[in-house]
Design a protein. Sequence first.
Length: 59
Amino acid sequence: MSVGYEINDIEQDIKNDQPDLFERRESLSSERVQSDGLKKQIRQALLDEPPELLGLSAV
């Protein structure tokens, strides 16, 4: 029996015994992906703005 197979068995047991915990984990993972995407958009928007508009002096 491989480790990957055992992990899949454990995850399936959790889904069967406490599905709300597993759904919450998936929800948090989705929120993290959305947050990372938003961070990238904000970072790019800041890089695209002239430093003067951000209250920074040009170097």
